[in-house]
Design a protein around this ligand. Structure first.
Ligand code: ATP
Length: 248
């Protein structure tokens, strides 16, 4: 795939139910090994953008009607979410989505469904997740439904890691969590990025924290990118400060 971006979204338009226009020409890129933040308020279209990329949109009666999306240099139009997981792109959905009646470890194991592994190989993959998330090791035999919100978010990210991703799409990883837990999770995400080389695209309403960890950011408003730039420049920008910082 060379030096090109791992993900390139070009001018996509998205319509729900054949009539509701939600994205009005969104373009963004994630460089190999980058952390990119997609920012914006409630209903701006962040989740829709992520679902367009992972091709999960079809299950919500949505469709990309214009533009193109390329992952590792390949158009994704004809691919299924499963194909993309096989190519290394894994989405962690908003709201964590753990199986509450399964243990933390069983949840993690479900993440390896695209590359059935057993025995020592499975153990190694789990140990790797536990090395990043020591809390999950402690909680591995607990039913996920009885763990804290932060632990459930960690379980969701850990499960995604079990598929050996080269790109993670994270939808509002900070949602509903205390600042200290949010910081803990973002530190681990940065570690994953730096040590495993996983490229990250994260949708966040929490502009402060997202710009602290991302290299680059895009601000989405009513289905359009209103502004983009290096995270530091956005964090220092007067309009961003006024409209988005402290908004979480
Ligand atoms: P949130 O933080 O609330 O998830 P968001 O920026 O992720 O916000 P989206 O969830 O992408 O925003 O929603 C963008 C717009 O699309 C909203 O106006 C929403 O009501 C609409 N929308 C989302 N899903 C559907 C759907 N399945 N059918 C019709 N409209 C939808």
């Amino acid at each position: 795939t060379g030096a090109g971006p791992i993900l390139a979204v070009k001018n996509i338009e998205v319509i729900y139910d054949h009539v509701i226009l939600v994205l009005r020409g969104v373009s963004l890129e994630v460089p190999q090994g980058g952390i990119v933040a997609l920012l914006g308020g409630n209903g701006a279209g962040k989740s829709t953008t992520l679902k367009s990329i992972s091709t999960l949109l079809a299950s919500e009666r949505g469709a990309v009607t214009k533009g193109s999306i390329e992952f590792r240099g390949e158009r994704t139009d004809q691919l299924t979410p499963g194909d993309l997981v096989g190519m290394g792109m894994v989405q962690v959905m908003e709201g964590r989505h753990c199986f509450g009646h399964l243990t933390v470890e069983e949840n993690l194991i479900t993440g390896a469904y695209t590359r059935p592994i057993r025995g020592a190989e499975l153990r190694d993959a789990l140990d790797k997740v536990y090395a990043y998330f020591p809390r999950l090791k402690v909680r591995r035999s607990s039913l996920a439904g009885y763990t804290s919100g932060g632990e459930q978010q960690m379980t969701a990210i850990g499960r995604a890691m079990m598929a050996k991703p080269n790109m993670l799409l994270l939808d509002e990883p900070s949602m509903g969590l205390a600042p200290q837990i949010v910081a803990e999770i973002f530190e681990i995400v940065r570690d994953l990025n730096q040590k495993e080389g996983v490229s990250i695209l994260l949708a966040e309403q929490n502009t402060n924290v997202a710009l602290k960890y991302a290299d680059y950011g895009y601000i989405l408003e009513s289905g359009r990118i209103m502004m983009d730039g290096p995270a530091k420049a956005l964090a220092d920008n007067k309009d961003v400060k006024e409209f988005y910082l402290g908004m979480s």
